[in-house]
Write a protein that binds this ligand. Structure first.
Ligand code: ADP
Ligand code: MG
Length: 354
């Protein structure tokens, strides 16, 4: 059988889950950073821990890596209880926000370092280093020292170094947050490509929802040390489980139905019509919500216009709504306009309380 370069990176798994947290808690003194999380990390997938600063992402990753021991619970890696296994025996690769390259070594030496520690022979090492550098597009810089590289290039070297050891699991903690905005966006697709070419299992930590949506197979949304929701990007985006997840993913409008259900709708899905033209809006199918409102602020942004509106929801509460509308000239809406807001039935999302 012939192996392609990408194949030879792919570790074999005995189960579909490469790692698992079982009721894992991490306490620092009186403070609980991670609280009883259950989490399954799929083999060959890119799983993202997404949440605001301080929600416990890094603490969770450090326990997975073995740098911190859970206060309670267990961590399984490739089907085995790894809770007490030291970091160097877990077979994981890590890349952090800071690249942590060895300054006195060349790029190739940096990338080959893990293989050298594992007593991989010189010829084999050279081949694997070349292959990893090829994958991150830096083969031509093999003999350079890290300080002569840009931030993005150094981050690629760190990535190449982490993948040469063919880790069971690659852990990336905010790897893009030190890069400038353009490079950050470019590296998203680069990391995703490397992940799919190698078939590596990756856990990515980020606080950036766009990064998570673009890069992940599976997103785990965290808040205050707990998991709020786990699902595909489309699942968490289209069906956020609760208000926290919805707000984190850019939902702005929170309403209560006449029956007391909590509902939300995205600003770009809210339709706005002039009050005197709509009583039976043709666009409004059955079960859509139709609210009376008044424009309080207009922000024209070129591609779209953001309207802030005061409205009364079906439970008779006064609510502030945001509508993002496209294709309207500046001045189409002005503060004080009476309008009808339509939240189409298929765009309404029901939220669990809490
Ligand atoms: N070694 C520590 N000692 C005390 N508190 C800690 C320690 N590490 C993290 N924390 C606290 O635990 C919480 C979660 O931290 P962390 O996991 O780093 O969050 P994130 O990576 O999501 O920003 C934070 O409130 C942080 O201050
Ligand atoms: Mg962190």
């Amino acid at each position: 059988m012939t192996t392609t370069p990408a194949d030879s990176f792919t570790p074999e798994f005995t189960s579909a889950a490469v790692a698992e947290f079982r009721s894992v808690t991490q306490r620092f003194g009186d403070f609980t950073a991670v609280e009883g999380i259950d989490l399954t990390i799929g083999a060959g997938k890119l799983t993202t821990l997404l949440g605001p600063s301080g929600c416990g992402k890094t603490s969770s990753l450090r326990m997975l890596a073995g740098y911190a021991r859970p206060s309670e619970g267990q961590i399984f890696i490739d089907g085995k209880d790894a809770t007490r296994v030291p970091p160097e025996k877990r077979g994981l690769g890590m890349v952090f926000q800071s690249y942590a390259l060895f300054p006195h070594m060349t790029v190739a030496e940096n990338v080959g370092y893990g293989l050298k520690l594992r007593n991989v022979g010189r010829t084999e090492r050279r081949a694997q280093v070349a292959q990893a550098l090829e994958m991150v597009g830096l083969r031509h810089l093999a003999d350079r020292k890290p300080r002569s590289l840009s931030g993005g290039q150094q981050q690629r070297v760190a990535l190449a170094r982490a993948i040469t050891i063919r880790p069971t699991l690659l852990l990336l903690d905010e790897p893009l947050s030190n890069l400038d905005a353009r490079l950050r966006v470019q590296m998203r697709s680069e990391i995703r490509r490397i992940q799919s070419e190698t078939g590596l299992s990756v856990v990515l930590v980020t606080h950036d929802q766009d990064e998570a949506l673009e890069m992940s197979d599976d997103i785990v949304v965290m808040n205050s040390g707990r998991i709020m929701q786990q699902g595909s990007p489309a699942e968490v985006f289209n069906a956020p489980a609760n208000r926290f997840v919805a707000e984190f993913l850019g939902y702005e409008n929170f309403l209560t139905s006449a029956e007391g259900r909590s509902l939300t709708v995205r600003p770009e899905h809210l339709m706005v019509a002039s009050a005197n033209t709509v009583t039976t809006a043709p666009e409004a199918p059955a079960r859509s919500l139709i609210l009376q409102g008044r424009v309080t602020h207009v922000a024209y942004r070129g591609v779209d216009t953001i309207l802030t509106l005061a409205a009364t929801d079906p439970s008779n509460e006064q609510v502030t709504m945001l509508a993002e509308i496209r294709g309207k000239e500046p001045g189409h809406h002005t503060p004080g306009d009476d309008v009808v807001l339509i939240a189409p039935a298929h765009r309404l999302v029901s939220l669990q309380s809490g």
